[in-house]
Design a protein around this ligand. Sequence first.
Ligand SMILES: [Zn+2]
Ligand SMILES: [Zn+2]
Ligand SMILES: [Zn+2]
Length: 144
Amino acid sequence: MATWPGGACPNCGEYMPQALIHCQTCRALLNDELESDSVEVPEFVPLREIATMVDVEPGGFFIGCPICDRELRINRKYEGERVQCNFCSGQFLFDPESQQIETIAFYVKCAHCSEELRAARKYLGAKVVCKHCGGKLHFREGVK
Ligand SMILES: [Zn+2]
Ligand SMILES: [Zn+2]
Ligand SMILES: [Zn+2]
């Protein structure tokens, strides 16, 4: 599971409720899965294999709630709309480009094996391989 299960912060020992991204006391990163993506940048893609590369667009994003800092998964269809956090019931405008919103990662369905992939924001626009099936994907920057 990607999310913090709740418990003592490994850095400062303060109790932190589940699904937080950062410790509210010391700001230590609690969600270590934020580092692990389900895609990799291929070391080398020979020219003849480029035909197997499939363009895909993100289905949505993982963001930090601007109010309670818990990790939220939001479908792209809500872009530009006011949304409500499941944890704190706080409402905010979901704008992935906004400074208020911490966009951690995005999710996308692999066009080859249909598994859902999670990739850090830096992979938008990148050509990658799926960790489940090895299929090659190009993440189109369909964002705005
Ligand atoms: Zn802490
Ligand atoms: Zn919240
Ligand atoms: Zn795949």
